[in-house]
Design a protein around this ligand. Structure first.
Ligand code: AVJ
Length: 393
């Protein structure tokens, strides 16, 4: 374990206005940015919009516009279970310049399967590396968190890394939070078999907002768990908002174990997002298939190619879908045209140096108290503590 700085003297400020009671336990079944999820297509997602970063912008503003335009029963007339938030994000995303569609819409059933395949690719070092860090340092992590904490996992998805943490930290309870009830039920059933004495309290909800934890956990200290570098999908302001919402959900004195992917040579980064087998390309292109399936689109998918780029000033991998010829098509009856060489921006995956990652956490009131990495320094696992708002010096 590498202790991180003199944590006690550097408390980060916590804004009090991060979340409102109105947002408590919001249950929405739309997809959000996450790994391994399936979206049941019912309600519009309530995702904070980040206008400076169109690929991640939420749909709140366009929801409102569309609510006026679409007749109430249009969902019934449309192809299978069209999510109004998906439609709104796609129509708005294809209309703006540069074109951009939020990455959270990757995760329909097929997209979630393809993501699982990505995590097993030789080039995709993230999942494998994070898991090896977790198992190599489990005892160390446990000694810093202490036993008897309720482990709260944000975006638990298929909970693949959960057993590593649960067997290490001797938790009092496990609280998986996920937007997909289907995924929750599957993973809870599996974990109940593995940890028969552990109380499990699943919450189907959107962790981008403050949630109210079950009353039975009121007096138990908490350990948040947010693996997979899911935070990398967000730009800095959105990431800080999310980390603050987690602070509010967990409360002062809680701890957070978070996986954050690191900046590294482009020769390693690009193949991780543009693999030899073309699985990531298929994952990216599936978004166009999904638009065709669910929104009555006529997009000629074969006229697009997957592109992964490193944007050095923003310190992020970008995924785009590039038109290989001039194309025109319609979505939901609306016409669109894209000229050869132009792209639809579909994902950002931000990477952080060790100090960048710690500053990000501090910006949201989380004081780093431990950090682990692999031999090559590919991936960072940070343990942070929710400290009170500091007095000004
Ligand atoms: C789930 C956001 C962590 O950015 O590495 C993988 C998603 N996109 N390959 C990532 C993803 C293309 C992944 N996250």
């Amino acid at each position: 374990m590498a202790a991180v700085g003199d944590a006690r003297t550097r408390r980060a400020a916590v804004r009090e206005d991060a979340a409102t009671e109105r947002d408590a336990n919001a249950v929405t079944r739309a997809a959000i940015t996450r790994h391994g999820g399936t979206s049941a297509l019912v309600n519009p997602a309530r995702v904070d919009s980040t206008p400076a970063d169109p690929a991640l912008a939420g749909s709140a503003q366009v929801d409102a516009a569309l609510a006026d335009a679409a007749p109430v029963d249009s969902a019934l007339a449309d192809p299978p279970l069209a999510d109004p938030a998906f439609r709104a994000d796609v129509l708005a995303g294809l209309s703006r310049r540069p074109r951009a569609i939020p990455a959270r819409w990757f995760y329909d059933r097929r997209g979630s399967e393809l993501f699982e395949d990505i995590t097993r690719l030789p080039e995709y070092y993230l999942t494998r590396t994070e898991r090896s860090i977790l198992s190599a340092h489990a005892a160390d992590i446990a000694s810093l968190t202490g036993p008897g904490r309720a482990v709260v996992e944000f975006g638990s998805g298929s909970s693949a890394k959960t057993p590593l943490v649960l067997s290490a930290v001797a938790p009092s309870a496990y609280v998986p939070i996920d937007i997909s009830g289907e995924f929750l039920r599957d993973s809870v059933a599996e974990l109940e078999r593995q940890f028969p004495k552990l109380p499990i309290h699943p919450i189907e909800g959107d962790f981008l907002h403050r949630l109210v934890l079950p009353a039975t956990l009121a007096n138990q200290p908490r350990l948040g768990f947010f693996p997979g570098s899911t935070i990398g999908n967000m730009n800095a302001p959105a990431a800080v908002d999310l980390l603050r919402a987690m602070w509010e959900t967990l409360g002062e004195g809680s701890k957070l174990l978070i996986g954050i992917d690191r900046i590294k040579p482009v020769s390693v980064l690009i193949p991780a997002y543009d693999d030899a087998q073309g699985v990531t390309a298929e994952f990216n292109l599936n978004l166009l298939h999904r638009i065709n399936r669910e929104l009555g689109g006529t997009i000629p998918v074969s006229a697009f190619r997957h592109v992964a780029r490193w944007n050095d000033t923003e310190a992020r991998i970008e995924m785009h879908l590039e038109a290989t010829r001039d194309v025109s098509f319609s979505v939901d009856g609306r016409p669109f045209a894209i000229s050869k060489g132009k792209t639809i921006h579909t994902e950002n995956s931000y990477k952080y140096g060790p100090r960048d990652a710690r500053l990000l956490l501090r910006s949201a009131g989380w004081t780093p108290i431990g950090e682990w990495t692999d031999r090559a320094g590919l991936f960072g696992l940070i343990l942070a503590e929710a400290r009170a708002v500091p007095a000004a010096p």
